[in-house]
Write a protein of this length. Structure first.
Lengths: 161, 145
């Protein structure tokens, strides 16, 4: 490797060069005083810059940095933010308890279904007539109840016969 | 989440509408027009054998069937049964639900109106005219055909 080929590799950070480049550069530096001097200069500049940056950073007070950043984020942007209004709290509750919400919605429906089925079962075969209402303007009405159903008679007599 | 709520509300609406739908269900009904007489040879045609238990409770001994209407009735839609004298009897299914059906029979000839709730398979026998010359007209209603 010649100086022109080694120049771009000078000042590389540790691990930045692949093993072949690293070996070629090391071989060149061991034989070239000029490149070794430039390498030393660049390392010195890097150290100065690093120290300077750290020093500058140390002058700043980052005590409230994290709190300041968090304070500037709107509450609505937080996925887990505490809801403010009652509707928002309800929505948040339902979002967190989906199964409970669906079960709450279905509970009255299932209760109505159970009641409907129960009524349907209890009103199966029963008495032949459940309710009879007869109105007649000027004739006497008589209702005879039989096992097959009611017989409604009208007539002048009180027994309709 | 939205789909779960939608499904829940659809279920609620379907269940809520189920009883109403059952109450308005069409019902096959058999209506027969009979003439009962006190005089004459006692007799009951074979077609009226199923009514023997009810007809035998009356003082009419001779029975004849004069007409029949078989209809699939829906609530609040009256079915008219013509009488030989030109009059008519209106039979209305008021309500049909599991285990019971309510009928309203309006007989202008006898100025009589009845509302009877019966179980399926049971029959209503109702006199719809006043007795004349020892005979009177009746309608029988059987829910369930």
């Amino acid at each position: 490797m010649k100086c022109a080929g080694a120049a771009p590799l000078l000042g590389s950070r540790p691990g930045e060069l692949d093993p072949v480049e690293d070996a070629l550069l090391s071989a060149h530096l061991s034989t070239c005083d000029g490149c070794r001097a430039r390498q030393a200069d660049q390392e010195a500049v890097a150290r100065v810059l690093e120290d300077g940056l750290l020093l500058e950073a140390a002058r700043r007070d980052f005590t409230g940095f994290a709190d300041g950043v968090l304070a500037r984020i709107p509450a609505s942007a937080w996925r887990g933010a505490a809801p403010t209004g009652p509707m928002e709290r309800l929505r948040e509750f339902l979002r967190r308890h989906r199964i409970l919400a669906v079960a709450s919605a279905l509970a009255p429906a299932l209760a109505a279904l159970a009641l409907y089925l129960y009524i349907g079962q209890t009103t199966g075969p029963g008495p032949s007539e459940l309710a009879i209402e007869v109105t007649s303007e000027d004739l006497a009405a008589v209702v005879l109840e039989t096992s097959d159903g009611p017989v409604i008679l009208v007539g002048e007599g009180s027994d309709g016969t | 989440m939205r789909s779960e709520w939608t499904a829940a509300w659809v279920a609620v609406l379907l269940l809520a509408s189920a009883p109403a739908g059952a109450a308005d269900a069409p019902l096959p009904v058999r209506i027969r027009l009979l003439q009962g007489s006190r005089q004459g040879t006692p007799g009951l045609p074979p077609g009226l054998e199923d009514l023997r238990g009810q007809l035998s409770t009356t003082a009419y001994v001779r029975w004849e069937q004069a007409g029949e209407v078989q209809a699939t009735m829906v609530p609040r839609k009256p079915v008219s049964v013509a009488l030989p004298d030109g009059g008519a009897v209106a039979v209305t299914l008021v309500e049909s639900r599991a285990g019971a059906a309510t009928f309203e029979v309006s007989a202008p000839a006898s100025r009589t109106q009845s509302r009877v709730t019966v179980a399926p398979g049971k029959r209503i026998v109702q006199q719809v005219t006043a007795e004349r010359g020892g005979s009177a007209w009746f309608v029988t209603i059987k829910a369930g055909g």
